[in-house]
Design a protein around this ligand. Structure first.
Ligand code: VGL
Ligand code: ZN
Length: 211
């Protein structure tokens, strides 16, 4: 029988939402290709948590809310440098909905992040001010989880930040490379892999987890 992952392991499915799919507002190249890989993986996990990027329309990370700026440029905000994005994952819109091909009926928790107008949150654990927790670490700890397997979109933003914060919160962290796709803005993907390796995050392929 294929390998199974028990209560100490959690599959964290990050931002598999319409706006990050080809044709979406902040399309990640080949973003839809993660869906079947994640579906296969999810069958092996008793514990699955989903995240949704979930912004108000006037969110600080949208270029449209900063006069004279363009998407993908960086600006200084009170909590640090912020990439300005096309308007995406606005609360309750089709773009913010999870991809309908996801087969994760047994997911028990959905974390919505980036809902504070003034602060972005790439990470599923901690907002970009690095001070406001989402509550996910406490939830996982309380349920006895020790190891977090990160998959979804995008490798170099929400997946990487989530995996780094999982480590920072004391969990073992793994990124499943073929269950993720990247935005790759100005070398962000290479930097993300360096940061992940330096933090002790394991990098694996889904086949290795399932055999
Ligand atoms: C993401 C940019 C802006 C992500 C979310 O899910 O990686 N990237 N918001
Ligand atoms: Zn966002």
């Amino acid at each position: 029988m294929a390998k199974q992952y028990g209560p100490e392991d959690c599959l964290l499915v990050i931002d598999v939402q319409n706006d990050f799919m080809p044709g979406g507002a902040l399309a990640v190249a080949h973003g839809d290709e993660v869906v079947p890989v994640i579906n296969r993986l999810a069958q092996a996990f008793a514990r699955v948590v989903l995240t949704q990027d979930w912004h108000p329309a006037d969110h600080v990370s949208f270029a449209a809310n900063h006069a004279g700026t363009q998407p993908f440029q960086t600006v200084a905000l009170p909590y640090g440098q912020q990439v300005l994005w096309p308007t995406h994952c606005v609360q309750d819109t089709h773009g913010a909905a999870l991809h309908t091909g996801l087969e994760v009926q047994h997911a028990q928790m959905v974390i919505r992040k980036g809902h504070h107008r003034e602060v972005d949150s790439y990470s599923a654990f901690m907002e970009a001010d690095r001070a406001t927790p989402t509550g996910l670490a406490g939830y996982l700890r309380e349920r006895g989880v020790r190891r977090v397997f990160c998959v979804g979109l995008a490798t170099d933003y929400c997946v990487a930040w989530s995996a780094l914060d999982a480590r920072a919160a004391g969990f073992e962290a793994v990124v499943v490379e073929d269950a993720c796709r990247a935005i790759d803005l100005d070398g962000s993907l290479a930097r993300a892999w360096q940061d992940l390796e330096a933090a002790g995050v394991r990098r694996v392929h889904s086949a290795a987890l399932l055999s």
